[in-house]
Ligand binder design. Structure first.
Ligand code: ATP
Ligand code: MG
Length: 784
């Protein structure tokens, strides 16, 4: 093995096969902790080091910013001590001509700067910053490159404003949150307001379609996008403009996606548009230097509420396999060894997930020792549970030098559960951080300052303008603002144009017009500095001149003090952004990254802390010691899933994700009584506890682990033995379109067929239940 490839020794043969894969499609499927992410990371390194692929031609998509950051770190580590890779790898003349010319003159010092690694949202925002001006929506409207990204709370306020102020609807009947959800759903299916109306022919559907249409108008008027548009728009743009698509297609010759089981249709469309060439004259030669490499685990699919669809993972070979002319044997790799967890933890996880009916069996073998038993703690209430957890952490931290605070994680089902735990952590002075919780960028003061920045960068962003026009107070009253907004609506121009129009401003009362004038002058001054001053100086100018900091200072409360510190932290974030993005340190670049960031932890100095997070945020991560708290029926699994078999299976996958985060030790706990949403309620242990193998567990009281689950719900029926009332069809001559009846899911229709012969699996769309994957051998289906 050459010096370049010595890192390949840290891989097993299957991983190696995946890592050494050079071109064409490849699917890596495997259970948790089997080194999927490792394989993906090493493959990037291998592409550059061995195949001498230009890092600029590589795109890696991760599911969270945290995962993106971790991946960057892992790759940097692989490249550590290597000044450049130019002297390694294959001799230049053995490379395809394209790579030769590109690489001859390039030597990369800091490789991750040149790779595109990030979330779907970050990728799309970068594409749109360059190309959004080439896009037109179905009404011929367009955006400019200074667009604002409205986050969920911005989007919801917009919906709320339309529902209550503009349409005068009852916001109890049309709860802005559920309306926003319906709009988001429609967007995820690429439906226009008209499509939505057609799909849902009832009063509610018509109203929501109307709100959707007005909401979209408002986004256009603000030159803004929401999170859904961010992904949808590049897809539409690529379909609309072949030149643009061809550019990005040639840019990314190697596309890699982690956590592929959680992609939704739109994200899938994007990948497909990037990877495949719609030009049917494309030859195999061109395809040869292109690859799409995805890794995933259907048992960890936990985002169906965001339209994630794991049938996409199962369909990969069929979707992309035909790109290779005659060889599809090399399109899938399975990994079967788990390197993360002790044998006990792994057995527990495997045992639990086996209770799901809709899954394809796979092998996951331990490579580590048995380890300690899993400990189950029954607490009297949530405070006692928190005391137990924190006590354990303190004892272990003191006893084992290698276990610093950063090695512990506490995982829970809902954000609200963190409060009780945080209190006890604070009481005992244990440093902690909440991962992916209330985002730093969601705090009021941060949104205010960002509001200034957005209003400067994007004059059409009326939402931001309204946020800051009288913050801090500068004598511009509500009536004044209303009349200005009305004028802008009547003339159908952005509010900014009214503010800068002297005649309109002169009609205002003296005090108001003075306030408006000085506000406008301030903004104009900052805007004129955009091209000449670095972003940090603009932020500094705002902090000083807008009166915002001054106002907080005068308030003098502890809260105001806190807010000032946060604004200071934002300034630090800008400085850091400029350091890290020397190629494009612009204010607009910073604003995108702020809209897409999910937590503050990359701004913190290197202090180790206990991590607190929801199970959803823990995907892909690992910790030596994990506490899984709140295993109570109705909390986890959550109450909405109790009557819904498919939702219950998703909760079980979430539990599987939680358990498999643990490397050395796992604690599970529940309380007999819990205060949730204000009410103190008796609680009973989770169904999932009853499903865990007792022989691997210890507990504080003998009866802590329920042996039987007394009230099994429909979905816990485990396999054929209990579902014998329907005849077992055992046929494999299925065809797409077959109509079937399933005992738990009702009637449905076959939409895809995966695999062949003995290994066949079907995707079935059940009325009102959505799409499911079933193995007709395990799940008796009746053809009708
Ligand atoms: P998840 O499904 O949870 O995302 P994963 O399949 O992506 O898990 P990784 O995070 O890549 O798994 O790997 C799990 C752990 O096992 C990591 O600590 C990784 O460094 C280690 N690991 C992976 N492959 C090997 C190997 N061949 N030898 C030793 N350790 C390995
Ligand atoms: Mg992973």
């Amino acid at each position: 093995m050459t010096q370049t490839t010595e890192f390949l020794a840290h891989l097993n043969p299957s991983q190696r096969q995946a890592v050494e894969h050079y071109c064409g499609p490849l699917l890596v499927v495997a259970g948790a902790g089997s080194g999927k992410t490792r394989a993906l990371t090493y493959r990037i390194a291998n592409l550059v080091l061995t195949h001498r692929v230009d890092p600029e031609n590589i795109l890696a998509v991760t599911f969270t910013n945290k995962a993106a950051r971790e991946m960057k770190e892992r790759i940097e580590k692989l490249f550590a001590d290597r000044e450049s890779h130019s002297q390694f790898g294959k001799p230049l003349d053995s490379l395809p001509p394209y790579d030769q010319t590109k690489l001859k003159s390039k030597v990369y010092k800091n490789i991750t700067k040149h790779l595109w690694i990030g979330t779907f949202h970050a990728l799309c925002s970068r594409i749109l910053r360059l190309d959004i001006e080439k896009f037109q929506d179905e009404k011929g409207r367009s955006w400019d490159r200074n667009f604002s990204i409205f986050d969920e709370s911005d989007a919801q306020s917009l919906v709320k404003d339309i529902v209550t102020n503009r349409l005068n609807l009852d916001d109890k009947k049309f709860d802005p949150r559920s309306v926003r959800f319906a709009i988001s759903n429609a967007k995820n299916q690429s439906w226009s307001p008209q499509d939505l109306e057609r799909e849902q022919q009832n009063y509610r559907g018509r109203v929501i379609a109307n709100v959707y249409s007005m909401y979209q108008d408002a986004l256009v008027a603000n030159n803004a996008l929401d999170f859904d548009d961010l992904i949808l728009m590049p897809v539409k743009l690529f379909r609309q403009n072949e030149q643009v698509r061809a550019y990005w297609h040639s840019r990314f010759r190697h596309v890699l996606v982690d956590e592929y089981q959680d992609t939704n249709r739109t994200q899938y469309d994007l990948i497909r548009l990037l990877v495949t060439n719609s030009d049917s004259t494309q030859t195999f030669d061109q395809w040869e230097y292109r690859s799409v490499f995805v890794v995933g685990d259907a048992d960890q699919s936990i985002y169906s509420f965001r339209a994630a669809d794991f049938t996409i993972l199962m369909g990969f070979q069929k979707d992309f396999g035909d790109q290779l002319p005659d060889d599809d044997t090399r399109t899938m790799v399975k990994l079967e060894e788990n390197y993360r967890s002790t044998e006990n933890i792994l057995a527990l996880a495997n045992h639990l997930i086996d209770n799901n009916t809709e899954r394809i069996d796979k092998v996951l073998k331990p490579t580590r020792g048995a380890g300690e038993a899993i400990f189950c703690y029954r607490a009297d209430d949530e405070n006692a549970e928190a005391e137990f957890v924190v006590q354990q952490i303190r004892v272990m931290e003191a006893k084992h030098p290698e276990l610093h605070w950063g090695k512990f994680a506490i995982l829970y089902r809902t954000n609200a559960q963190s409060r009780a735990i945080e209190e006890v952590l604070v009481k005992h002075d244990v440093p902690y951080k909440i991962v992916g919780g209330l985002r730093f960028y969601d705090r009021k003061e941060i949104k205010d300052v960002l509001g200034y920045l957005r209003a400067i960068a994007n004059p059409a962003d009326t939402v931001s303008l309204l946020r800051v026009i009288n913050t801090p107070r500068r004598g511009i009253g509500k009536a004044t603002i209303d009349s200005l907004v009305r004028a802008s609506q009547e003339l159908d121009v952005p509010l900014w144009e009214i503010l800068t129009d002297e005649t309109s401003v002169k009609t205002l009362s003296g005090r108001s017009s003075k306030g408006v004038l000085s506000f406008v002058q301030m903004l104009q001054k900052w805007r004129s500095q955009l091209d000449t001053l670095p972003a940090n100086q603009i932020v500094q100018g705002i902090m000083e001149d807008s009166g915002y900091m001054q106002d907080l200072k005068i308030q003098g409360t502890e809260e105001a003090e806190d807010r000032m510190q946060n604004v200071g932290e934002l300034y630090n974030a800008v400085l850091q952004f400029e350091e890290q993005n020397t190629d494009d340190p612009s204010l607009i670049g910073f604003l995108s990254s702020a809209s897409l960031s999910s937590d503050l932890d990359n701004l913190e100095e290197e202090v180790t802390r206990v991590s607190l997070m929801t199970l959803h945020s823990s995907k892909g991560l690992e910790f030596p010691v994990v506490f899984l708290v709140g295993l109570e029926q109705g909390l986890f699994p959550n109450f909405r899933s109790l009557e819904d078999p498919a939702a219950l299976e998703e909760e079980r996958r979430l539990c599987y994700v939680g358990i498999t985060r643990a490397q050395e030790r796992l604690f599970v706990s529940y309380a007999r009584e819990r205060r949730l949403y204000g009410n103190r309620e008796p609680a009973s242990p989770s169904l999932f506890l009853a499903e865990l193998p007792r022989e691997l567990m210890q507990s504080n009281v003998a009866t802590a682990i329920p042996t039987r689950w007394t009230k099994p719900s429909a979905a816990s029926s485990r396999g054929p033995s209990e579902t014998t009332s329907l005849p077992d069809t055992h046929e494999d001559d299925w065809t797409v379109g077959d109509r079937v009846v399933h005992k738990a899911f009702g009637s449905g229709q076959v939409t895809h067929i995966f695999g062949a012969g003995n290994k066949i699996c079907l995707a079935v769309k059940f009325a009102g239940m959505g799409q499911k994957i079933v193995d007709p051998k395990l799940t008796p289906l009746q053809r009708v």
